[in-house]
Design a protein. Structure first.
Length: 131
């Protein structure tokens, strides 16, 4: 079974956003390996995370969090197991932030990318919806 921590701030934000959605809708947490760093010269890999409203698929892992379902497709499980979903709102960033402290940190070549424009490493403020 997949383990994901969702902060109280993220739970409250999802609950307010999902309120107007159809009852069968859940929140899909997905991840994609970015492969190796930008030049293809063997840089470290990075992972891009994302969140979206979606209907469950037959092969999804479904976690019940508060009053909503968190949906994870089979190809994302290995990247999101151990992840932390938070919602931040401050002068530097606003939005959902997904990090996974169980994944190895990318080297300098692998820091580019990530969800949004801040990379996927927690040191770079990675995650989704960062502005």
């Amino acid at each position: 079974m997949v383990h994901i921590d969702v902060s109280p701030a993220a739970i409250e934000q999802v609950k307010s956003l999902i309120h107007g959605q159809k009852p069968e809708m859940g929140v899909r947490l997905y991840a994609q390996s970015g492969g190796h760093g930008g030049c293809g010269c063997g840089g470290g890999s990075h992972v891009q995370f994302g969140l979206a409203f979606a209907k469950p698929r037959p092969d999804d892992e479904v976690l019940r969090i508060a009053d909503f379902s968190l949906l994870i497709d089979p190809s994302s499980v290995k990247f999101v197991d151990g992840a932390v979903i938070d919602y931040v709102e401050n002068l530097n960033e606003s939005g959902f932030k997904v990090t996974n402290p169980t994944l190895p940190e990318p080297d300098a070549a692998g820091l580019a990318g990530g969800c949004g424009s801040r990379g996927s490493s927690s040191a770079n403020g990675g995650g989704c919806g960062c502005g």
